[in-house]
Design a protein around this ligand. Structure first.
Ligand code: SAM
Length: 238
């Protein structure tokens, strides 16, 4: 996906890129590639592919929601900033908190935010399981996001505790999305969630399926969740 295609595919979704946003994506790409020489940020490095599989793919999180009504967003395991940094570029009104357990990736993101002149983004180095017990973050967010962090039963335990009542948890999934949704029925129920219709789409050029799984928080998450760091992955709620 060239930069021109990126802008026109977004236009179809009623997302208009300003020249400032185009410059931000351009610099994001350059810094990603530069830092990737010294640390493991992405296996995808060709510009067309980064625009489609990282930037466009991240923005699919906005397609099934009215993002202009969203204020507080948390991105769990953002790695090199996906999906929250592309969302923050296109929707600057968002207040974003980014969590990652790898300090080096947080350092990259801090540098990136400075270079892109992005404000209202907070970076937290730590495990989601630990941060979810902090009352500043628990039950606080309109939207919790995650891409490529864990399978749904684990991810639900990591993400739903952050969501406030009637807020949503959005997981960006590929072909395994349908199966993962079924796997996470128990986790959804135990953690106070309720499934909303998944939003199914394709990457415009590459054509692979994307399942955007959405879970609304309808009941408080019991205090015992998330369990201690590492336990959700070791003993998933199946
Ligand atoms: N979301 C990004 C993306 O889509 O490209 C990064 C995906 S990367 C495969 C997974 C990231 O999640 C890593 O940066 C890792 O450090 C982080 N991570 C994994 N488990 C975590 C946890 N329990 N709490 C916080 N971060 C976690």
């Amino acid at each position: 996906m060239s930069k021109e295609q990126f802008a026109s595919w977004l236009e179809e979704k009623e997302i208009t890129l300003t020249s400032r946003m185009e410059e931000q994506f351009d610099l994001y790409y350059r810094l990603l590639i530069e830092w990737n020489k010294h640390m493991n940020l992405t296996g995808i490095t060709a510009e067309d592919e980064v625009y489609e599989k990282h930037f466009f793919d991240s923005l699919t999180a906005a397609f099934p929601i009215d993002i202009m009504k969203v204020e507080h967003v948390i991105d769990i395991g953002a790695g090199a900033g996906f999906p929250s940094i592309p969302l923050k570029i296109c929707f600057p009104h968002l207040s974003v908190v980014i969590v990652d357990s790898l300090k080096k990736r947080i350092s990259f993101l801090e540098h990136l935010a400075k270079e892109l002149h992005i404000d209202n983004v907070t970076f937290l180095h730590g495990r989601a399981e630990d941060i979810a017990r902090d009352s500043h973050h628990r039950d606080h967010y309109d939207v919790a996001l995650a891409r490529a962090v864990a399978r749904m039963p684990v991810l639900t335990e990591l993400c739903l505790p952050f969501v406030k009542k009637n807020g949503i948890f959005i997981a960006l999934k590929g072909a395994s999305g349908q199966v993962e949704q079924k796997e996470a029925n128990k986790a959804c129920r135990l953690l106070g969630g309720r499934w909303l219709e998944p939003y199914v789409t394709k990457l415009p050029n590459e054509k692979s399926n994307r399942y955007i799984l959405r879970m609304e928080k309808v009941d408080a998450t019991p205090k015992k969740y998330p369990r201690k760091a590492g336990i959700p992955a070791k003993k998933p709620l199946l």
